[in-house]
Design a protein around this ligand. Structure first.
Ligand code: TXA
Ligand code: MG
Length: 329
């Protein structure tokens, strides 16, 4: 049984985490599956509950930049980015300090650690109460769409985790931007809630060696978690649709194309922020409702490739990518 805790039960959520249990909690991006990052058994249980491959490291969450930088070594760029965007949807991959408290399993054996200070008031309150780094991947089973409500979390992980702290829907709706600062250059590992343009305004050009979802990246992902197929709904997804068939569900951006069997509008007015916040909920809804009505596919209208649109297109490309599971007999 997974307990559903209201915001007033936050002390219980903190106590469970301190005791080594798994507790999902809201952040401004998506719900995270939290565990005491210093407790190897708790971290191992996260991989278990998600069915996540052990080579894919976890992001550690902190209540402040000072707390985060006690475990990793920030350079001037990392400090500038933390000052500009924390608390907020940005994760920084940095070298672990010699005395890093976080269990090596959270880093998947790498000598780096991804850290972030989330902006959600409940998450910050929880992190202050736990007073330890909290490892938290998105609270979905591996390879599936990230949860943006407590109900989504229960559908993904109900019965597998101790509790979910319910803070309502996540305002950003897409995961954090992951930036690798552990080498000499700066590499965008995952586009997310902070657009690359905003990052470049603070630290200058950001590298992006291979487009996400490309074959080269799928073969040797730079970030271990960035496999091409991810966020996968069970109905196939068709990208850049300029027309739609009656047996298709439509993920619309701007004015919806006529003729779809079922429509979810990301944003009628073409607002990228609104579209990001509605993306995962839309994929989940079109998937279940579309399958229930016997539809065969989800067609997605094009979304502009700038600002948050980069992160939206990245998630859509992964959701549409061929799936390793489907290829097996
Ligand atoms: O918005 C978010 O980031 C959410 C909320 C809960 O904070 N968390 C999240 O975690 O999306 P997860 O585990 O689903 O995605 C973390 C991504 C993965 O692609 C992982 O491979 C990458 O960050 N990552 C984590 N640590 C890394 C490291 N040391 N080096 C390279 N990539 C890393
Ligand atoms: Mg995830």
């Amino acid at each position: 049984m997974t307990e559903r805790l209201g915001p007033e039960e936050i002390a219980r959520a903190a106590a469970l985490l301190r005791a080594g249990a798994l507790v999902a909690f809201p952040t401004e991006t998506v719900y995270g599956l939290g565990a005491d990052a210093c407790n190897g058994r708790a971290v191992a249980a996260v991989f278990e509950a998600k069915g996540r491959p052990r080579f894919n490291p976890l992001i550690c969450h902190y209540a402040s930049a000072d707390a985060a930088f006690a475990d990793v070594r920030p350079d001037a760029r990392a400090r500038a980015l933390a000052a500009a965007f924390w608390p907020g949807p940005l994760s920084l991959v940095l070298p672990r300090r010699a005395g890093c408290r976080v269990d090596l399993l959270a880093s998947a054996g790498l000598d780096t650690l991804a850290v972030r200070v989330p902006a959600h008031p409940l998450a910050l309150d929880l992190l202050r109460r736990v007073d330890r780094p909290v490892a938290a991947p998105s609270a979905n089973r591996s390879g599936r769409v990230s949860p943006t409500t407590a109900q989504d979390v229960l559908e993904e992980l109900g019965g597998r985790i101790a509790a979910v702290l319910d803070g309502g829907p996540c305002p950003v709706g897409l995961e954090s931007t992951v930036l690798d600062l552990s080498g000499r250059g700066v590499v965008l590992l995952r586009p997310g809630g902070v657009p690359p343009e905003a990052i470049e305004a603070v630290i200058g050009p950001v590298g992006r060696d291979r487009p996400s979802g490309s074959a080269a990246e799928a073969a040797t992902p730079r970030s271990p978690g960035l496999l091409a197929s991810h966020y996968a709904p069970s109905l196939p997804l068709r990208l850049n649709a300029t027309s739609v068939a009656p047996d298709e569900a439509l993920l619309a951006f701007g004015r919806p194309l006529p003729g779809a069997g079922l429509v979810w509008s990301l944003s009628e007015s073409g607002d990228l922020r609104e579209a990001a916040a509605r993306l995962f909920a839309g994929l989940r809804w079109l998937d279940t409702e579309g399958a229930r009505r016997g539809l065969r596919r989800i067609a997605a209208m094009p979304v502009p490739a700038h600002g948050l649109g980069l992160a939206i297109n990245d998630r859509l490309a992964r959701a549409a990518a061929p799936r390793p599971d489907a290829a097996r007999p």
